[in-house]
Design a protein around this ligand. Structure first.
Ligand SMILES: *Cc1c(COP(=O)(O)O)cnc(C)c1O
Length: 369
């Protein structure tokens, strides 16, 4: 492969101070929120750690939903800050049932924080955040949502859902840069953050970012902002606004629908069985008994298709079709389904690859009609 023109990335013009506020406002519009939006100058995992660290204090009680490693990390950061955390853990790689969260809330004398991931890139699960957020609100708890892998792939109206604090990242459905992320904070969110004793100076302090950026008119960010990341985020938002957020979401939903139709036509069930509980960014496919996940990924690789690995307990049981961003399109979707099916055939599994290709094509033809 010829080297890209890296030299065009050097001597980047500074990202002008007056562009930060409009950029934040454009993201707020896409998220349908009046909450404040803070830019975090790091990948989204740091946004999550900053949220946990900024709301955690001894004496608080939290319900923490775990449907992937991200939820486990979040619970650990809350505990580090002295919060009494009750984990509500789903079956490995599966979404949580809203009833399990509701029961956990009811079992505690009071709950201050409910934290949950919306869409999971790790296993393709989609958690029922509307119900969870409503139940959390009814209990008077702060609602914290990791929406990194759902924004752009699923409807995400922050205020209508009653989300107090959300983490988002541009690098999944938005197809933007990885080295930058964002956090929305409602008035209730700020009230909770304001009760935590100051731990400035800290890159994890949302309170400090409020004082040094938001309250000072949202000009240039403290520290040394990376112009590359901000120009790239602006370009990603330009592209989303041109496509239309609804079109972007629909494109991801179609990719998921077509992938799932393809799996079923192969003769297999998607890893997440319920269509309404499946992420639109990633479709997890089963690794049939007797097949080695690594060998399956290698076999698909020989077709030029990169299947994703599972994580943790389930890493041998599923592979992931990543239809995120530009990959939420027919060529990537059909290639993943066909390569996965053909690779399985190579391991002696009886699947109908032709029917799978046809099912994907039919999903796209129906959407185009
Ligand atoms: C991708 C992702 C993140 C952020 O991970 P980074 O490695 O920092 O990009 C957080 N939560 C979820 C659910 C994700 O899918």
């Amino acid at each position: 492969m010829p080297a890209p023109a890296y030299n065009s990335l050097l001597d980047t013009p500074t990202y002008p101070a007056e562009r930060y506020a409009p950029l934040a406002d454009r993201l707020k519009r896409l998220l349908a929120t009046e909450s404040d939006l803070l830019f975090i100058q790091a990948e989204a995992i740091l946004s999550l750690e900053a949220i946990a660290t900024s709301i955690a204090r001894p004496g608080l009680s939290a319900i923490n939903v775990i449907t992937s490693p991200y939820g486990a990390y979040f619970g650990a950061w809350l505990r580090r800050g002295g919060v009494a955390v009750t984990d509500v853990v789903a079956e490995p790689g599966q979404p949580i049932a809203a009833s399990a969260v509701k029961a956990a809330i009811a079992a505690l004398p009071s709950v201050d924080i409910v934290a949950v991931v919306h869409g999971e890139a790790a296993n393709g699960a989609l958690n029922p955040i509307a119900t969870i957020a409503a139940d959390a609100r009814a209990a008077g708890a702060l609602v914290v949502v990791d929406a990194v892998a759902s924004f752009g792939g699923h409807p995400l109206a922050i205020d209508a859902l009653g989300i107090d604090i959300a983490a988002i990242g541009p690098q999944k459905a938005l197809g933007g840069p990885v080295g930058l992320s964002a956090v929305t904070v409602s008035a209730r969110g700020w009230a909770a953050i304001g009760k935590v004793p100051s731990f400035s100076p800290s890159i994890l302090s949302l309170q400090e970012l409020k004082e040094n950026w938001l309250d000072r008119g949202r000009g240039v960010l403290p520290g040394t902002p990376s112009p590359l990341e901000f120009w790239a985020l602006e370009a990603a938002i330009d592209r989303i606004e041109a496509e239309g957020l609804e079109t972007l979401v629909a494109r991801h939903q179609l990719a998921a629908r077509a992938s799932r139709a393809g799996l079923r036509a192969l003769g297999l069930e998607p890893w997440i069985r319920d269509d309404d509980a499946a992420s639109a960014l990633v479709t997890a496919a089963p690794v049939p008994a007797g097949v080695d996940a690594e060998a399956l990924i290698a076999a698909a690789g020989r077709f030029g298709v990169a299947l994703g690995r599972g994580f943790g307990d389930i890493k041998d049981r599923l592979v992931r079709f990543d239809h995120t961003g530009a990959r939420a399109a027919f060529p990537s979707v059909v290639a993943a389904v066909v390569a996965y099916g053909a690779a399985l055939e190579g391991f002696g599994i009886a699947v109908d690859v032709g029917a799978a290709a046809e099912a994907v094509a039919r999903s796209y033809a129906k959407a185009a009609a």
